[in-house]
Ligand binder design. Structure first.
Ligand SMILES: Cc1ncc(COP(=O)(O)O)c(C=O)c1O
Length: 340
């Protein structure tokens, strides 16, 4: 059978989450989020994050990001993010559209991580008060990053402290927050609002859900508009219970972290094995479930012949992504095919 390392999006649904969908599939339930699952979700996430939160399930991470940004930035706002951020490069302008025109401003990053210095430089030159320029409004940080790295908590806190000092709101794109928390070994609260995050896009789809991410609002002052904006965005599902039950199952008994740990472990095994093969260069620290590597052309051909499915390289770099269901034996087979 093929081993598909293109993305964690290619993975199936975790057994526990599929069971939760089947369990929710009985009888009538109130529509548009007035159901018991969505009610319970507010409580469960408030417990998980150790503070009262508003949770809005969404069908996609893009919707979660765009809605989150729409709570924070006016049409004339600037939203700072790292170069290569998904919100900037891979969401077809959804952030700009949902904010009514705010501008995503990508800043220099190393291994996907923004530095406090880069943010300070951007803010110093932002042209505050100049009506010809967009005005600093928000900072969007991806945790874990698009390059498979994780912001340590002190780096996060330094960035959000600058944002707060300058009156910016802070968004976290947590499409892979589970993988980051698994690596950091900290509490979800420490990883988010205690580190200065106002609104989180909580990802579950890449980590075993069928189709459920969420906007999690930590600052109650930002929560009031969410429902209306979500309705306009087509994200208030009539059968919301089927999204909410996925998120409930994801966080029940720490499943989200178990799945993320399994995915991370598989990537570690893959990176360690590849690093030992001549001609392979691992280009970013491997801190979650993604390995970015320069692979010799002949190796890519051997892998493809051996049934390993990969996206084409970008700038000579191949991204190999593991998921919760990637077995150690799969990785060993990949390494056997990779070896000259
Ligand atoms: C970092 C990051 N954020 C957001 C998303 C968006 O998720 P979706 O594809 O569900 O819209 C992705 C998807 O690849 C992602 O990698």
């Amino acid at each position: 059978m093929a081993i598909d390392l293109r993305s964690d999006n290619v993975a199936p649904v975790a057994r526990e989450i599929m069971a939760a969908i089947a369990e929710a599939n009985h009888g009538p339930a109130a529509a548009y989020g007035a159901d018991d699952w969505t009610g319970l979700l507010q409580e469960r996430f408030s417990l998980l994050f150790e503070t009262p939160v508003t949770v809005l399930p969404t069908l996609t991470g893009t919707a979660a990001n765009a809605l989150s940004l729409s709570l924070m930035a006016p049409p004339f706002g600037a939203v700072y993010c790292a170069q290569g951020a998904h919100v900037d490069l891979a969401e077809c302008g959804a952030g700009e559209f949902f904010t009514g025109g705010a501008k995503l401003v990508p800043l220099e990053a190393e291994h996907g991580r923004l530095s406090p210095e880069a943010l300070e430089r951007a803010l110093a030159g932002a042209g505050r008060g100049d009506s010809h320029r967009v005005q600093p409004a928000a900072l969007s940080l991806t945790q874990a990053t698009e390059r498979g790295t994780v912001y340590p908590l002190d780096r996060l806190r330094s960035l959000t402290a600058i944002a707060r000092r300058e009156g910016l709101r802070v968004h976290m794109d947590g499409a892979r927050l589970a993988n980051a928390v698994a690596t950091l070994g900290c509490s979800p609260a420490d990883a988010t609002w205690r580190a200065g995050i106002d609104v989180l896009s909580f990802g579950a789809t890449k980590n075993g859900a069928m189709c459920a991410d969420a906007v999690v609002v930590f600052d109650p002052a930002l929560a009031g508009e969410l429902r209306y904006r979500a309705q306009r965005a087509g994200q208030i599902l009539s059968k919301m219970r089927f999204l909410s039950c996925q998120l409930l199952a994801a966080v029940a008994d720490g499943l989200w972290l178990r799945l993320a740990r399994d995915a991370n472990r598989a990537a570690r095994r893959l990176a360690d094995g590849l690093a030992g093969i001549d001609g392979v260069e691992i280009v970013h620290p491997v801190e979650i479930n993604q390995v970015f590597a320069r692979l010799p052309g002949a190796m890519r051909e051997r892998l493809e012949r051996g049934g390993v499915v990969l996206y084409p390289p970008a700038g000579g770099v191949t991204r190999l992504v593991t998921a919760f269901d990637t077995a150690s034996a799969d990785i060993d087979r990949v390494l056997a095919e990779a070896a000259p």
